[in-house]
Design a protein around this ligand. Structure first.
Ligand code: UD1
Ligand code: MG
Length: 450
């Protein structure tokens, strides 16, 4: 099968009106990646060596995604959204390039797996002219029904065009259809729009092919792989399945998830073995965590990497550009953004570290803030190796704290501190003996208490 050339035509131009959104439907995300991005990646991993994506007019965000996800993919615009067959026809130049197999995928079916794609491709490799991926639906409402007669697939009937008895059929169309490449343009030319919606349905290719005596087959895949998203309830159902897949994969790869149902992944989250993740942790896009690290409860990580044996949280927030060195410690209510915290450094409580470097083994006391923004520009703070920053200090960037320097608690540091220096940058303490007692006496007298 893998020696056959394969074009995946991904339909992504539908209006998706039931999403009730300003965003094109296929741009809605599952696990932090647009649905279309999932389908494109899966098509590539299933060995489709060419991709053609059919997008709607004025959907620059979709075009940008296609170019970024697969620079070799061809984009075609379907101006009037006249149905799935009409959409495939928009990619006609790609269809005419003599590919062995053409597989049509829907951009709103994000959980499709390479295994399911392989099933219909294999059927064509084994001699079928057209192979539909079907599934047994728990609730078939809204799906096209696969009408099988004497073991042969004879037609697909859309919900709106189905008779009462056809509506009872639970064997449904996933939308994924593989065609012998040379036959598809001819089949598309025969499809009309005499149906309840007045659209050109790709699904009609089945009845046309069956009538021509071509070999038409239906394969069966798990419903989970082919859930179509037409509204946000279905979007959330796909998200839940996606999360369960990611959790399972992580655990089987040696990650401990104490309460897996409370940990949320992005499509690209990478956790090495012997990472422990406590309950209620969210991984936004682009996070890697190396072996031996623990992510304590209620932490949120995004665009961050944690080297081996790091300790993060509870209640920590790692934002894009946070790079946490080996054995470093980021404690509770600490936010780190665009900053490197080097090996063995500790930022244990209530701090903001932004646009900064914290040198190896430095200790940043509770409540320390890097003041990185003056309302117009961002500036860098550099904390040297082995430095000790006393609690509740404000480091006003740009500023450098030298290696092994000591910053006294409560300091507001506005200029560089040399290596090994002690800096005290706060109002001097004045003790006035007995003054508290005197003041109290005056106040109480005024209130008439004595
Ligand atoms: C479609 C199938 C149905 C199947 C279901 C599975 C048809 C006629 N019906 O119905 O049999 O059970 O998917 O989820 O194929 N699109 C375009 N241009 C268009 C219309 C649609 O690009 O003019 C794209 C959409 O972006 C979407 C896909 O095609 O990615 C499917 O369209 P949608 O309107 O969601 O079809 P369904 O009603 O779900
Ligand atoms: Mg759909």
């Amino acid at each position: 099968m893998n020696d056959r050339s394969c074009l995946a035509v991904i339909l992504a131009a539908g209006l998706g009106t039931r999403m009730k959104s300003a965003l094109p439907k296929v741009m809605h995300a599952i696990g932090g990646r647009p649905m279309l991005g999932h389908v494109m990646a899966t098509a590539q991993s299933a060995g489709c060596d060419r991709l053609a994506v059919v997008i709607g007019p004025d959907t620059k965000s979709v075009e940008d995604l296609v170019i970024k996800a697969a620079p070799g993919a061809a984009c075609f615009t379907q101006v009037d959204r006249n149905g799935t067959a009409h959409a495939v026809l928009a990619a006609r130049p790609a269809l005419e390039e003599n590919v062995d197999d053409v597989i049509v995928l829907y951009g709103d079916t994000p959980l499709i797996t390479a295994d399911s794609i392989a099933k219909v491709r294999q059927a064509v490799a084994d001699g079928a002219d057209l192979a539909v991926l079907g599934f047994e639906a728990a609730d078939p409402t809204g799906y096209g029904r696969l009408i099988v007669d004497g073991g042969r697939l004879v037609e697909i009937v859309e919900e709106n065009d189905a008779s009462d008895s056809q509506r009872k059929v639970t064997f449904c169309n996933s939308g994924i259809i593989a065609f012998r490449g040379s036959l598809l343009p001819g089949l598309l030319d025969e499809i009309g729009n005499e149906n309840a919606k007045g659209e050109y349905y790709l699904t009609d290719a089945v009845a046309i092919a069956a009538k021509r005596g071509l070999k038409v087959v239906a394969e069966r895949g798990p419903q989970e792989d082919v859930l179509g998203v037409n509204n946000r309830v279905q979007l959330s159902q796909c998200e839940a399945i996606f999360q369960n897949r990611m959790r399972r994969e992580a655990m089987l790869a040696g990650v401990t998830l104490v309460a897996p149902e409370t940990v949320f992944f992005s499509f690209d989250t990478k956790l090495e073995n012997d990472v422990v993740v406590e309950p209620n942790v969210v991984f936004g896009p682009n996070v890697t965590v190396a072996t031996g690290s623990i992510i304590h409860a209620f932490s949120h990580l995004e665009g961050a990497n944690v080297a081996a044996n790091g300790k993060i949280g509870p209640y920590a927030r790692l934002r894009p550009g946070a790079s946490i060195g080996e054995g470093a410690r980021i404690g509770n209510f600490v936010e780190v953004k665009k900053a490197t915290v080097e090996a063995g450094a500790k930022v244990n409580h209530l701090s903001y570290i932004g646009d900064a470097r914290v040198g190896a083994k430095a200790n940043v006391g509770a409540g320390t803030i890097t003041c990185n923004y003056d309302g117009y520009n961002k500036f860098h703070t550099d904390i040297g190796a082995g430095a000790f920053i006393g609690s509740n200090s404000a480091l006003v960037a740009p500023v450098r704290i030298g290696d092994r320097a000591l910053v006294a608690a409560g300091s507001v540091v506005v200029s560089d501190v040399p290596d090994d220096a002690l800096v005290v940058a706060r109002g001097q303490q004045v003790n006035k003996e007995g003054r508290a007692a005197k003041l109290r006496a005056i106040k109480e007298k005024a209130k008439g208490k004595t």
